[in-house]
Design a protein around this ligand. Structure first.
Ligand code: CP
Ligand code: NVA
Length: 316
């Protein structure tokens, strides 16, 4: 059956764990899965800038035996000239899956509704689910697991990362706390979805504006830019709104003694995080960045197997 990955809750808790288990195996043996041998192609399309997503999908598709076809919307007919559904119906004749980094979530939904190949959200205004898989893999590695761990996200709760930490975190059984200034709290429907999933997995959700209260005892402290791509016109207003929501050494001191610091990158040192935190001993940002590769390879292999009603084949 064709499955898409547009939001973190497009996979069940058991399926998310299966993908993360596979990512751990592929990290140990990078060439164990070759579902794209041929080479078969995967299209990776960008409406917005990228370093990690672009490189990790390029390398990952190659390591799965395939050929990455990477292009920008500006140099294609997508983006006003051709609908996402028509684009997908052309691409599905030639490629095995599509990864798309875009603005509106609706575009991804239209693309997914019109095709018979898996569509993957490479970041939208609302969610960044591939990043969450990498983050959860990193938490497994540094915290010995995800279930029962407390993760505090400090920043724009209404952003793609704020929403994905909520959905992806509770799917992994985590206690997710989101701290944002007024006006930047997560969307209520996303919070409700996260609460419903948390009730199944034993996780929990806390959302508010008090940094001290919501960071106290956290196992993981995480932040992201105050000005996400597409919101540059609001920069000045955002710098003022978020001025008291910086991750400093003082903020890290409220978290558990062995807490780790994470950031999806790119980071604005001196804004959402101080240099002595992001470059300090608690920071695991480069493990997190590397894990994009392993997590996305696992996701692709899993989706391609599902499309054929098979399980992922691994070789020694
Ligand atoms: N974290 C992340 O998605 O980075 P890029 O914007 O560089 O892809
Ligand atoms: N929230 C950020 C994430 C970048 C990877 C943005 O959308 O710009």
């Amino acid at each position: 059956m064709i499955r898409h990955f547009l939001r973190d809750d497009d996979v069940t808790p058991a399926e998310q764990a299966e993908i993360l288990d596979l990512a751990e195996k592929l990290k140990r043996n990078r060439f164990a899965a070759r579902p794209l041998e041929g080479p078969k192609s995967v299209a990776v399309i960008f409406d917005k800038s990228s370093t990690r997503t672009r490189v990790s999908f390029h390398v990952g598709i190659s390591e799965l035996g395939g050929s990455p076809l990477i292009f920008t919307t500006a140099t294609s007919q997508l983006g006003g000239k051709e609908t996402p559904a028509d684009t997908a119906r052309v691409l599905e004749r030639m490629v095995e899956a599509v990864v798309w980094r875009t603005y509106a979530q609706e575009g991804l939904e239209q693309m997914a509704a019109g095709t018979r190949i898996p569509i993957i959200n490479g970041l939208s205004d609302d969610f960044h689910p591939c990043q969450l898989l990498a983050d959860l893999l990193t938490i497994r590695e540094h915290k010995g697991g995800t279930a029962g761990r407390t993760m505090t996200f400090i920043g724009d709760g209404r952003s793609n990362m704020g929403h994905s930490y909520l959905l992806g975190g509770v799917t992994a059984g985590m206690h997710v706390r989101v701290v944002s200034p007024d006006g930047y709290l997560p969307r209520e429907d996303v919070v409700e979805d996260a609460r419903r999933i948390a009730a199944e997995t034993g996780g929990s959700v806390l959302v508010g504006s008090d940094i001290v209260e919501l960071t106290t005892g956290a196992d993981i402290v995480v932040t992201d830019t105050w000005v996400s791509m597409g919101f540059e016109a609001e920069k000045q207003r955002r710098l003022e709104a978020f001025a008291d929501y910086r991750v400093t050494r003082e903020v890290m001191a409220y978290a558990a003694d062995d807490a780790i610091f994470m950031h999806c990158l790119p980071a604005d040192r001196g804004f959402e995080v101080d240099a002595d935190v992001i470059d300090g001993p608690q920071s695991v940002i480069f493990d997190e960045a590397e894990n994009r590769l392993h997590a996305q390879k696992a996701l692709l292999a899993w989706l391609l197997a599902k499309a054929k009603d098979e399980t992922v084949l691994l070789r020694d």
